[in-house]
Design a protein around this ligand. Structure first.
Ligand code: DAT
Ligand code: MG
Length: 140
């Protein structure tokens, strides 16, 4: 399993607001290499499967509706300490609590529509990357 990779999505709110370019620039400037990239819209089924771990949470239905409401950008990113460094770059789940200068502080709408996803462990980075990309779509 790759320990230097993480998985991200630029969520529908940030895509709609025209922030794909701004966010990819921040990702590059923070030293991440983009090794896979896809512009796509998730079906409810695909979004629901991605967030299956949150199935019992009260916001699950809203989350699935939001994540399938418009196009997203999915990417696999490579860097030493990718998972932890990327979580630092995106900031807290709730943008009101995100450090100034983080992607969510700059571009998120609210706790539910928070601009970007970032994997929370090496194991999930691997699972999530494989959920969205085949091996031939990842350019190491
Ligand atoms: P993160 O995306 O920071 O890893 P998470 O895994 O706890 O956060 O939750 C996944 C997503 O679910 C999150 O990005 C937005 C949504 N979410 C989390 N907590 C929420 C809440 N209290 N109200 C509405 N949506 C929430
Ligand atoms: Mg999470």
């Amino acid at each position: 399993m790759a320990t230097n990779r993480t998985f991200t999505m630029i969520k529908p709110d940030a895509v709609k607001a025209g922030n794909i370019g701004n966010i990819l620039k921040m990702i590059n400037e923070a030293g991440f290499k983009i090794v896979a990239l896809k512009y796509t819209q998730l079906s409810k089924e695909k979004a629901g499967g991605f967030y299956a771990v949150h199935k019992e949470r009260p916001f699950y239905g809203e989350l699935v509706d939001f994540m399938s409401s418009g196009p997203i950008v999915a990417a696999v990113l490579e860097k030493d300490n990718a998972v932890a460094d990327f979580r630092k770059l995106i900031g807290a789940t709730n943008p009101a609590e995100a450090e100034p200068g983080t992607i969510r502080a700059l571009y998120a709408t609210n706790v539910g529509e928070n601009a970007v996803h970032g994997s929370d462990s090496d194991e999930n980075a691997d699972i999530e990357s494989n959920y969205h990309f085949s091996q031939t779509e990842i350019y190491a």
